[in-house]
Ligand binder design. Sequence first.
Ligand SMILES: [Zn+2]
Length: 220
Amino acid sequence: MTILLYRIDPYMKSFNAKVMKIENNIITLDKTCFFPQGGGQVGDTGEISGNKVINTLSSDEVIQHILENAPNFSIKEEILGQIDWERRYRIMKLHSAAHLVYYTMQEVFGENCKPASSGLLDDKKDRTDYIFNEPLDKQKLLLVEEKVNNLILDGLPISHLKNNEGRFIWKIQNFEAMECGGTHVKNTKEIGKVNIKRGSKPGKGRERIEITLSQQKNQS
Ligand SMILES: [Zn+2]
């Protein structure tokens, strides 16, 4: 098992660790703050002692760092890990925004309006998508956007704690708690401002909504 430093502090940008295993370009460490791909969230990128990490995966609670090339370090060596923080922070904001949209959609469209997909985060497009099984009214969607941006302005604390069964629970004031293993910002105000719009239709009467951040640069 890898010690998951992003669980202790999702704002950790760099760390020292020991190399446990090297399999071609796949590196296992004793601990890491690299978040692995899963639950709609993309894996972290960054560097391990100057070696470029192009993705992070998880297999049986062991975190696998995928390097671009074979590493220049050996097993048992101490390394310095650094995540691409600008990218990760943007992902944390987008992911936290997707939670707010999820709840606000039910508030505006009715409690049965739940997305058919989990939040699909597309890092290259800087966007999280939800697919819904029914058509969504454009005016109501504008109201969702307004309400979400008000929640952001309210500066509400977001907690992410382990429950009795050891599962991680995302919680924000007045909203039902939700199980989620992702990385979140500590306060809604960090998200900045979001845009919500209908995207290309996925077919069969379904609707896609696209969530993007209005300010994506110069925030860290
Ligand atoms: Zn989450």
